[in-house]
Design a protein around this ligand. Structure first.
Ligand SMILES: O=C1O[C@H](COP(=O)(O)O)[C@@H](O)[C@H](O)[C@H]1O
Length: 260
């Protein structure tokens, strides 16, 4: 068996957000040391709310969030206008970006607006081009290496827009892929591919609440769960992966920690 992901479980959202902040600040520091920037990919769903709680907190002894050196990409995006309620960009904007005070600097954010495109293939290609501009110019890398990917986990074990048993899980060339038959609406989306996700320096899942308990038990504890998309990220990422969960989501899983 390879290296295992780190599993943290907290009693409430406030302590989870505090630990997540500490973890992100460590990743930020490593990113600044690596290339004087912090390049991250962020999911939609329930994540942006927890993220806002973590990042908009007062500076403390853990340090300071310096958004001015952040570059934010999306781990996946739905093919809807940016102001649509299903847009992952829209969600992050509402929950976090619009709330960042001017005084602490704004991150560079890379949304993708499907309104000006013919189809999801074009949307994926354009997003891949945006990644190439940001990453490939400086690093001679085969894939973009994010300093951190902040991911959600759906109740079916999907992450980004990588769904269980979908052929996209086998994509090994593209950095960004289109999906036209997402089992969760909306059907049309784009997503980072598995090699890009597992290639990140650090990968963090945030999954809370009883609604995630069954799937987390499966992913973390069963053979079947290993082939779910989140399980494949665990497998490929090993101890680069950390799970930030609460007691509602991981009751019964015996190997959690609450200290980073
Ligand atoms: O459809 C999506 O769902 C996942 C999981 O969302 P959650 O609300 O269960 O946390 C999310 O991570 C992904 O970005 C989104 O497009």
């Amino acid at each position: 068996m390879g290296k295992q992901p780190n599993l943290y479980a907290f009693g409430d959202t406030d302590s989870l957000a505090k630990a997540l902040r500490k973890y992100i600040l460590r990743c930020q520091k490593a990113g600044f040391e690596r290339h004087n920037a912090f390049k991250i990919a962020v999911s939609g769903g329930s994540l942006p709310k927890t993220l806002a709680k973590a990042l908009l907190a007062q500076d403390d002894e853990e340090g300071k969030v310096d958004f001015s050196k952040w570059e934010v990409f999306f781990a996946d995006e739905r093919a809807v206008p940016l102001d649509h309620e299903d847009s992952n960009y829209g969600l992050l904007k509402k929950d976090l970006l619009d709330k960042i005070p001017e005084s602490i600097g704004k991150p560079t954010v890379h949304p993708i607006d499907v309104q000006y495109m013919d189809d999801v293939q074009e949307m994926a290609d354009q997003y891949q081009d945006a990644l190439m501009k940001s990453f490939a110019a400086k690093d001679s890398v085969k894939i973009p290496i994010f300093d951190l990917l902040l991911l959600g986990c759906g109740p079916d074990g999907h992450t980004c827009s990588l769904f269980p048993n979908h052929e996209l899980l086998r994509e090994s060339d593209a950095w960004v892929a289109p999906i036209e038959d997402s089992p969760k609406p909306p059907k049309e989306r784009i997503t980072l591919t598995l090699p890009v996700v597992t290639g990140g320096i650090k990968i963090a899942f945030v999954a809370t609440g009883e609604g995630k308990r069954d799937v987390l038990g499966k992913i973390l504890d069963t053979e079947e769960g290993r082939s779910l998309p989140c399980g494949l990220v665990n497998e490929g990422g090993g101890d680069k992966v950390s799970w930030f969960t609460d007691h509602g989501a991981v009751q019964g899983v015996g190997f959690t920690r609450s200290e980073l």
